[in-house]
Write a protein that binds this ligand. Structure first.
Ligand code: TXA
Ligand code: MG
Length: 314
């Protein structure tokens, strides 16, 4: 076990950059969730990310670009991805595009495509600019578990396995970026996220079906608490019993030992930002079952429901 340091401020940024240069992985804040970053063009550094997360090597990594000029260096881009990058970067949109040969196979898991995005988090941007190289960063959790939205969550997940966590506060969005595969003028949503289906539809036609074999993280079970979680059908009243916890949408229900309310005012943004923290607290409460209410399936609600369905799959 190595000691995991939690740092912040300018010294923290400098320590993170020094480790990235030395080929070591470091946990970094992004506007979506915390990422476990490593030098993307250094296969050995990327291997340490897979090792720390216990992530299977067939699950490719997202590459975070220091600036948009890297788009042409790492991918083969047409007009549509360029327009999407102009509209949403820096921000929570990941584009899956044909990869240039310079991208290591460990990053793409041997596929012809690479996933790229540019983070908007000011601390991440400082690190990326100072490092000056692309950073491969999956979410900073053990494989298959709940993504971390605070530095303390990263320590719970990866403490003793990584040298450094750069603390940049709570993540604004709280759920992972939207992933879109661009094929000619069609967009296929591989993972729902903060950039919504409605926003994307303005840029091209959306594939009839979301997901697909190209998304290994598209496997059924993911973001999973250890406690069994079941989704309550939309419209039914939540009633619980001893040993059960409720992940509620706007208000509590009868009979639950513990309740976490996602948004008292019914705000999907707030609900997304609170989702993983609330799930983690319920998971740590020693319950034998978590009941999750459905949220409206429009806008950001699609991303929240996708996370709940994956947490419920077992
Ligand atoms: O918001 C985010 O995207 C966060 C922060 C840290 O940037 N990152 C993140 O990474 O969620 P990760 O590894 O937990 O999820 C990335 C997903 C995985 O399900 C992976 O299979 C998929 O992206 N992916 C990566 N490269 C891909 C590719 N070339 N084709 C299809 N899917 C890809
Ligand atoms: Mg993840």
């Amino acid at each position: 076990m190595m000691a995991t340091r939690v740092v912040s401020g300018p010294d923290g940024v400098a320590a993170a950059v020094a480790l990235l240069r030395a080929g070591e992985p470091v946990a970094l804040p992004t506007e979506t969730v915390y990422g476990l970053g490593a030098a993307a063009l250094d296969p050995l550094a990327c291997a340490k990310v897979f090792e720390a997360k216990a992530r299977p090597l067939d699950d490719p990594l997202i590459v975070h670009l220091p600036d948009a000029t890297w788009l042409d260096r790492l991918t083969m881009v047409g007009e549509l991805p360029r327009a999407l990058a102009r509209a949403f970067w820096p921000g929570p949109l990941t584009l899956v595009l044909p990869a240039q040969p310079v991208v290591p196979a460990i990053v793409t898991a041997g596929q012809r495509t690479v996933a790229v995005r540019m983070s908007a988090h000011p601390v991440f941007r400082e690190v990326a600019e100072e490092f000056g190289q692309p950073i491969a960063a999956p979410s900073a959790n053990r494989f298959g578990r709940i993504s971390p939205t605070m530095a303390a969550h990263v320590v719970t997940e990866l403490g003793g396995r990584i040298p450094l966590v750069l603390d940049g506060g709570s993540c604004a969005h709280g759920i992972e970026s939207t992933i879109v595969q661009v094929c000619d003028d069609t967009l296929r949503i591989l993972r729902h996220g903060p950039v919504t289906r409605e926003e994307l539809a303005r840029f091209g036609s959306l594939a009839a079906r979301d997901g697909g074999p190209a998304a290994p993280g598209g496997m059924a079970s993911h973001y999973a608490p250890r406690t069994p979680l079941d989704i309550l059908p939309a419209g039914s009243e939540p009633t619980g019993r001893a040993g059960e916890g409720l992940l509620a949408w706007t208000r509590g229900g009868e009979g639950f030992d513990r309740t976490e309310i996602l948004s008292p005012t019914g705000d999907l943004r707030e609900a997304a930002a609170r989702l993983f923290g609330a799930m983690r607290r319920l998971d740590e409460a020693g319950l034998d079952r978590i009941v999750a209410e459905s949220v409206p399936d429009t806008g950001l609600g699609a991303a929240i429901m996708e996370r709940l369905r994956k947490a419920a799959a077992r």
